[in-house]
Design a protein around this ligand. Structure first.
Ligand code: UT7
Length: 315
């Protein structure tokens, strides 16, 4: 049975924190942050909002977009690095939504979490005979950042994005390419009670090498060519990484969705948030071919070749 995305929703905290705001307490500048990362601002959630609130709001919006109710959902998979150890973010989202017919659990794959969750949900919909699934990427990165460390504090933001998967006329989730390399586990990590720690230069080198590699692989797996891909939606960690990958792949700038200037790095939420941006720019139509590609702590990486299955079929 063909499956695809039939609903999309997001959640962004209202508080916008600019680079200048950060430069008032940190030894940094708008100029440094913009030129080294492409980031101009990020959304930061207030203390009374946690990652389950962001995830739930994104999920509600995705359900509304799909025209479904919470009871219709048979599976909830959340990619997150900022939930509690237990219960899972997905179980709390299940409770908040009242999605009592769902099986709910989290995926731990850091910034690649949304792609890992998408592949997992797609496979489980077949093996468990589930009609509808919610796949969520949600992060409150501000809760795990050391706000006195300029090398990491400037990079991250909060937010969530969710998609509803359901039966579609044509297949919407054409191919996946997922992988991990635990030898890089010390390059980007968080101890149980500590903040994010990162070897930025090494992660940067890994990302610049891995991103084009997985895009090429997933396009080949889907039996497609790079020239026929309409949009590339990469994880938003650094504009220089995105540009380097794009140049290596020979993809024109206008085919790449960039949100890092306003969202910063929202880890597992960055790809669904960028999907929403693509849709609001009118770039997602029925049949649009999109490659989603992420990378992050683990090390982990994941790409998905999708066909957009919402909207009117083109004649
Ligand atoms: O989503 C998870 C995956 N994460 C990533 O993909 C992140 C990958 N890494 C990066 O994006 C980049 O490595 C960073 C943006 C984190 C850092 O950029 P960089 O060009 O690698 O800078 P750097 O760490 O080599 O630091 C260059 C200089 C240093 O000063 P010296 O040693 O040259 O005097 C840093 O101390 O910039 C300094 N620096 C800053 N200066 C102003 C580091 N952070 C800042 C800052 N403001 N916020």
């Amino acid at each position: 049975m063909n499956k695809g995305i039939i609903g999309l929703g997001t959640s962004l905290p209202s508080r916008r924190v600019t680079n200048e705001d950060l430069a008032s307490t940190l030894d940094t500048s708008d100029e440094w942050i913009r030129t080294r990362t492409g980031i101009g601002a990020r959304r930061i959630a207030s203390d009374d909002i946690d990652v389950t609130d962001l995830a739930t709001e994104a999920a509600r919006n995705a359900l509304e977009d799909a025209g479904l109710t919470a009871e219709d959902i048979g599976l909830i998979v959340v990619g997150t690095a900022t939930g509690r150890a237990f219960p899972s973010t997905a179980c709390v989202v299940q409770q908040k939504l009242g999605a009592l017919n769902a099986t709910a659990f989290d995926i731990s794959a850091a910034c690649s979490g949304f792609i890992f969750a998408l592949q997992t949900a797609r496979s489980m919909m077949d093996s468990m005979d589930k009609r509808y699934a919610l796949v969520i990427g949600a992060e409150k990165m501000s809760s795990i950042v050391d706000w006195s460390d300029r090398s990491t504090a400037i990079l991250f933001g909060d937010g969530a994005g969710a998609v509803v998967l359901g039966e579609t006329k044509i297949e919407g989730l054409n191919a996946f390419e997922l992988g991990t390399d635990g030898r890089g586990s010390a390059l980007l990590f968080k101890e149980l009670d500590g903040p994010i720690e990162m070897n930025g230069r090494e992660v940067f080198k890994f990302a610049v090498r891995k991103l084009p590699e997985i895009v090429e692989k997933v396009v080949e797996k889907a039996g497609d060519t790079l020239a026929d891909v309409d949009l590339l939606i990469p994880h938003q960690a650094n504009l220089r990484i995105i540009d380097a990958a794009r140049e290596r792949l020979g993809i024109p700038e206008e085919k790449v969705i960039v949100t890092i200037d306003e969202h910063a790095n929202t880890s597992a939420a960055s790809i669904p948030l960028a999907l929403q941006e693509a849709r609001s720019q009118g770039r997602l139509r029925y049949g649009t071919k999109v490659v989603l590609a992420g990378f992050g702590a683990g090390l982990t990486w994941g790409a998905s070749h999708i066909t957009w299955t919402q909207g009117e079929e083109q004649a």
